[in-house]
Write a protein that binds this ligand. Sequence first.
Ligand SMILES: [Zn+2]
Length: 417
Amino acid sequence: MIYLHDTTFVDWKSLRIRRGHLEVSEGRGGGIRFVSRLPRGARALDCEGRLVTKSFVIAHHHLYSALACGMPGPARRPNHFPDMLKLVWWKLDRALDKEMVRSCAQAGGIAAAKAGTTFIIDHHSSPNAVSGSLDIIASALDEIGLSHLLCVELSDRDGKAKREAGLTETDRYLRKRRGLVGLHASFTVGDELLERAVALASSRDTGIHIHAAEAVDDEEACVREHCARVIQRLARTGVLESPKTLLIHGLHLNAHERSLFRSSRAWLVQNEESNQNNAVGGFDPKGLGDRLLLGTDGMHGDMLASTRAAHLAAQARGGMTPLAAYRKLRRAHDYLSTNGFDGDGDNNLVVLDYAPATPVTERNLAGHFIYGMNSSHVRHVISNGKIIVKNRRMTLVDEDKILKEAVKQAERLWRRL
Ligand SMILES: [Zn+2]
């Protein structure tokens, strides 16, 4: 049990503000309650009136790209999205070995935690070091104190042996821990792999995690090779039947695909900054309903930044209120709770050093989330009732040692590119 002394607590659902002391119980089933005074000798963190609210969830991340920042650029400028994958991202993931995968998970996990994240849904790729990779990532995140839902992005892009290794790793991991069944994207996934992935997900009572219509090329290849558009192909294979399924991007969906998605049980994750970075188009929520989440797509671990990016991009497409953007950030909690994925209970909290020049009220809080707050305001982070970041420093791991090692691994990785 820990106590947060003198909080200005913001209920993430109602945005109601209440000042007081909080008792936070530890563990995945733990919760919070207000207490009028702290017990004698209690383990307490003095919040000195700071804002305290629920921490954040990254609904789509690629921790494997945590060592990409500052890496050498491609030999030539990519002409289109598949070119970008070949020249940049597939070169990077093929070069990863186990030591690098570990450093990616550690460094990416620390960055996310320090930005107020306590739950990461990750889509992993290291085709030449796939065996055991999910265990490496899981233990790195466990050590930091983060909850997670992992998968390997299965694909036919590197041939049969790599595909089988990915399936074996997925099956092995799901036998002992919860996770999802990852697929790269329709255009690199053949019918046999797609069917086996859906069968595996169904046998482990989980969903599929797949990039869908990120670029127009994904749709064109699907029509060419499968006589269907991406969402039609996924729908007829059963991918959309699980409420645990996550479709990523969905930028190039036509009206029929939007209605197929909307009438399904799957969720869709928007990643605005990555879409801008890869120049693949912008996200249009029209006709998609409200099972929409936000991710970072490996760009960083900062959900406040992702929310602001989604909000700003929406202004050119009919607008979005700060409250609607805030609600989108928070939909990930609904995805996790309705699917019974624990680790995201009320005892996951962020304490913010946020002292703006304007009044903070229940009615304008969403505006503060979008225009005022950023990850530099994150002072303490509590994950499942445990303090994992205190005064901006990791409490459970030696971050200086980890980052020093990450720099070494990044240098090794970049030499291979
Ligand atoms: Zn992605």
